[in-house]
Structure formats: structure tokens, C-alpha cells
Design a protein around this ligand. Structure first.
Ligand SMILES: [Zn+2]
Length: 294
């Protein structure tokens, strides 16, 4: 986007959001800042928990938003951006830290997160949960509707996207066996994944989600993202309605996924799943508004 358009956009934004001042108790902290380089307490906290240890940039200010302007977007609130930063650390990074080799996250975890307040929708009406550019920059939408009391929604709206994109980086770094591609080789539907399963279940064809049926790489990372965000019981319940052949394919694929993660990355998928579930259970004890540097 050229500079003039960008400035115009900011002016419109300031006008639109400025107009709501009277109804909004939190306007003393503006997420629309034209002054670069001024660090607030949250910026310092982010540096401490994400940038220094993991080289992760966490972009939440509108000036940082260089996102796809085909969608109409609003900035994330300061308060919810804090909650999300703490959630990424607590549910995701710290879970991997429990089971992964040291330096694993610093080397491979996505390096940039961008918060967007509103949801984004595609032309066909489906909601965009998150987008990633080459796995390096992950954009999370709908931050202003964050509900930290609903773990299932947190997984659905944000964390499966993060685990999904992170897993792309892993297989792009070191590929998995082509045996995986053979299991569903004739069933991938490419770009029509979104309407290929109307009235049919993608589970019956051996896919953990409709999106899995796009192509093997998506299938592979969807399995990881769903597996580690389910408990043993909820995973079994998820597979329960699948046909016998669907179940068999899912089991075969999971065997390959698990041995790949173990052999290549020295990560036990069951330990990782337990680490995440244990943390999720204690989520209500966490102070997600904290920005105090210890
Ligand atoms: Zn993907």
C-alpha cells in the first residue's frame, strides 16, 4: 500500500474510533499511536517474555498492521492483546518448553504475531481464523471477542491456527515420509475442500477436518493441531463417528505423525498433549492481565 493511502486510512480510523470516545471507558489507552519507538509497559513486558527469549515480535498496535486490506478490520484492544500475549506464552510456548529440547522454540517457532480486533470474512462468507505468511508471521483475528473462560473456543479460534502454522515450519524444515501421502492419496480435493464435504463427513474419508482434505501438508499439520488440543478421551470421542476405514486411515496417519515428531524433533506428542491439557485446566488460576516483569 502506498504511503498516502496508508495515512488516509489512519485518518479515517482515528475519526471512526475517536467518535466512540464517550461510550468507551478505556480510551485513555489508545491502540492508535502515530508515535513510533515509544515503549509502554506492555511493550517492555513483550520484550521480556517473547522477544528476548524467543525472538518473537508481537504486533498489536494499529501502526503495525500491514495486513490484508481486502478485509475491513479494526485494531485489537490493548487489554485483549495483553491477554493473548500471556495466553500464547502460557498455553503454547510453556507447553512446548516442558517437552521439547532446549532452543527448539527459539529456532523454529514463528517469529511474528499480529493481533487484529475484528473477524475477517472471505467472499464466500467463511470466517478467516488466522493467516500466515510463509509460516513466519501469524495473524490472529477477532481478538476483541476473546473469551478466556472458554478453552474450546480458544483452541478453535486461535491456538489450532498457531499449532498448525508452527507445524508447517517443522515439515518445511525436515519433511515427513511420503508414506503419509499415500494413505489418502486419491481423496484429497484441493481448493474445493470447503464444499467437497456437504452432506458427507470428511472423517469418514480419514480427515480430521475438512481443511485436512486440501492436500497432504495441510492434512499433516491439522492432525498435529487437533491431536494436541484434545485429551485422550475427547480425541477418541472425535474419531468415534468416523467409518471404520476413516478411523483406520486416521490411526495410520497419526502413527506416522507421532514417529516423525519423536524421531525428527524429539517431541513426544502424548507428553505435549498432556502438557497443554494440564495447563488448560488451570487457566482460570492464571493472571492473564499481568504485565509485570519479574
Ligand atoms: Zn496450512
Amino acid at each position: 500500500m502506498n504511503r498516502l493511502k496508508y495515512l488516509l486510512m489512519l485518518v479515517i480510523m482515528v475519526f471512526v474510533f475517536g467518535a466512540c470516545d464517550d461510550d468507551d471507558p478505556n480510551t485513555d489507552i489508545s491502540v492508535i499511536s502515530l508515535e513510533k519507538g515509544e515503549k509502554n509497559d506492555f511493550d517492555k513486558y513483550l520484550e521480556n517474555i517473547l522477544t528476548e527469549p524467543y525472538n518473537i515480535q508481537f504486533l498489536y498496535k494499529w501502526e503495525d498492521v500491514e495486513s490484508d486490506m481486502n478485509y475491513q478490520l479494526v485494531p485489537a484492544t490493548y487489554e485483549n492483546s495483553i491477554k493473548m500475549a500471556n495466553l500464547v506464552k502460557y498455553l503454547c510456548l510453556d507447553s512446548y518448553e516442558e517437552v521439547a529440547p532446549s532452543d527448539f522454540l527459539k529456532k523454529y517457532f514463528p517469529k511474528m504475531f499480529m493481533m487484529v480486533g475484528s473477524a475477517a470474512y472471505r467472499n464466500n462468507g467463511t470466517m478467516v481464523l488466522g493467516t500466515a505468511e510463509g509460516g513466519l508471521k501469524i495473524t490472529l483475528y477477532n481478538i476483541n471477542n476473546l473469551d478466556v473462560t472458554n478453552v474450546e473456543m480458544l483452541y478453535e479460534m486461535y491456538f489450532r491456527t498457531i499449532f498448525h502454522e508452527f507445524s508447517h515450519i517443522l515439515h518445511q524444515t525436515k519433511d515427513y515420509t511420503t508414506d503419509f501421502d499415500k494413505i489418502s492419496s486419491t481423496d484429497y480435493v484441493g481448493g474445493s475442500w470447503n464444499d467437497a464435504w456437504d452432506g458427507k463427513s470428511s472423517l469418514d474419508a480419514g480427515f480430521i477436518s475438512d481443511y485436512s482434505s486440501k492436500e497432504p501438508n495441510e492434512d499433516f499439520v491439522e492432525l498435529i493441531a487437533h491431536y494436541i488440543t484434545n485429551t485422550e478421551a475427547s480425541w477418541a470421542a472425535k474419531l468415534e463417528p468416523a467409518s471404520d476405514s476413516g478411523k483406520a486411515k486416521l490411526t495410520q496417519k497419526m502413527t506416522i505423525v507421532k514417529s516423525y515428531m519423536k524421531e525428527v524433533w524429539n517431541i513426544d506428542m502424548d507428553e505435549l498433549r498432556t502438557a497443554i491439557a494440564t495447563r488448560a485446566e488451570k487457566l482460570d488460576e492464571q493472571d492473564l492481565d499481568n504485565i509485570t516483569i519479574e
